[in-house]
Ligand binder design. Structure first.
Ligand code: FES
Length: 155
């Protein structure tokens, strides 16, 4: 990722909202959106510009599930394994995704197309088992339907 892309966006946030602790989350969000993750150099930049210790920055990243310091694939698949989804066979759906993509939960494919994560409740329990791919929601998944969804992403 070109540093100037996220830096330009962060500088816009700082100009608009000022350099304060309260600006940290909006800055992290624009970096995540621009890069797909929060690179180390961005954390250093925020530490220096917002005067916030690294430990606080990592704390915010850890707290918000959509923020990550790990480089991710083009498609980030988040499948829920909380009880309602589990009872509706989310483990079988996960197994199909792992087999189709050749990666396990927590991994990113070598071509950086896919990152697969198992996450707690997405708030879509009425559609269990459910998952998100980037910002898109998929519910009432079956082993057959998830195969089709993955195949469409691979096109
Ligand atoms: S338990 Fe899976 S979305 Fe809520």
């Amino acid at each position: 990722m070109n540093v100037s892309v996220w830096k330009t966006k962060v500088d816009e946030v700082l100009k608009r909202s000022g350099k304060s602790k309260e600006t940290l989350l909006p800055c992290l969000e624009v970096i995540q959106e621009a890069c797909g993750y929060i690179p180390q150099e961005a954390i250093t930049y925020l530490r220096e510009n917002l005067d916030v210790p690294s430990i606080d920055i990592y704390g915010v990243i850890t707290f918000y599930g959509m923020l990550t310091t790990k480089e991710q694939g083009k498609y980030v698949i988040r499948i829920c394994d909380s009880l309602p989804c589990y009872l509706n066979k989310s483990d079988g759906v996960l197994g199909v995704i792992e087999k189709e993509l050749g990666i396990e939960a927590g991994e990113t494919s070598a071509d950086r197309q896919f990152t697969l994560e198992v996450v707690p409740c997405l708030g879509l329990c009425d559609k269990a088992p459910a998952m998100m791919i980037n910002d898109k929601i998929y519910g009432n998944l079956t082993e057959q339907s998830v195969k089709k969804i993955i195949a469409e992403l691979n096109c």
